[in-house]
Design a protein around this ligand. Structure first.
Ligand SMILES: Nc1ncnc2c1ncn2[C@@H]1O[C@H](COP(=O)(O)OP(=O)(O)OP(=O)(O)O)[C@@H](O)[C@H]1O
Ligand SMILES: NC(=O)c1ccc[n+]([C@@H]2O[C@H](COP(=O)(O)O)[C@@H](O)[C@H]2O)c1
Length: 176
């Protein structure tokens, strides 16, 4: 069985890593395909990191736990949700089933005959991209404990916190 795990990874966090480890423990799974959604989006508060940066973060995080994976990047199709699955097929290596807890993604996929499953959620209150980006924007160091160590190093190397903070100011999420 070849599962595809989809997320936006803005940024990669410990919840993603636990979910991917969980997927790899399922019967007959020895490799996971990780699909980076909204790959055409970057430099917004919701999607601050580029597709390339997210590939780097995932590669460093997944190499650090020594698992077998492939990565693909999937652009959004906007209002054309019914054709989004053809993008998924086009941009990703072959897979037999999908893991996603996102209701809209599950709805868009229900149009096609592909099995979609949930994964457990781990400490979702803290382990979410939304919470981590907000902590960064507010200058709170707690974000560093919510991401894998190589991801923390990567984000610091590219001045990612400063980018997230500036985007939050530009978009009026926080005051300067
Ligand atoms: N804490 C978590 N535990 C387990 N799985 C998670 C967790 N957070 C997200 N996921 C899974 O990752 C996928 C979504 O990835 P995504 O990067 O969009 O996560 P997110 O942190 O919820 O994002 P955001 O808060 O930026 O919208 C979904 O399948 C979701 O169930
Ligand atoms: N119409 C579309 O472009 C469409 C439909 C469903 C899911 N998606 C994408 O799939 C990804 C799902 O990840 P999340 O679990 O983070 O929502 C997102 O990048 C989302 O934009 C896109």
């Amino acid at each position: 069985m070849r599962p595809l795990f989809i997320g936006r990874f803005q940024p990669v966090h410990l919840g993603h890593l636990s979910a991917i480890e969980w997927v790899l423990k399922q019967d007959g799974v020895d490799r996971v395909i990780v699909g980076i959604g909204s790959s055409n989006q970057s430099f917004t508060f919701k999607n601050p990191f580029t597709a390339g940066e997210r590939i780097d973060m995932l590669t460093e995080a997944l190499d650090s736990i020594n698992v077998k994976y492939s990565i693909c990047t999937i652009p959004d199709t906007g209002g054309l949700a019914s054709i989004w699955f053809s993008y998924v097929r086009n941009y990703c290596p072959s897979f037999d089933l999908i893991y996603s807890n996102d209701e809209f993604t599950r709805l868009a996929l229900s149009y096609w005959k592909i099995p979609v499953f949930n994964t457990p959620l781990f400490n979702k209150e803290k382990l979410s991209g939304t919470n981590i980006r907000l902590l960064m924007a507010l200058g709170k160091k707690e974000w560093t404990s919510l991401v894998p160590e190589p991801v923390r190093e990567f984000i610091e190397r590219i001045n990612g916190v400063e980018r997230v903070r500036k985007l939050a100011v530009i978009e009026g999420v926080v005051k300067e």
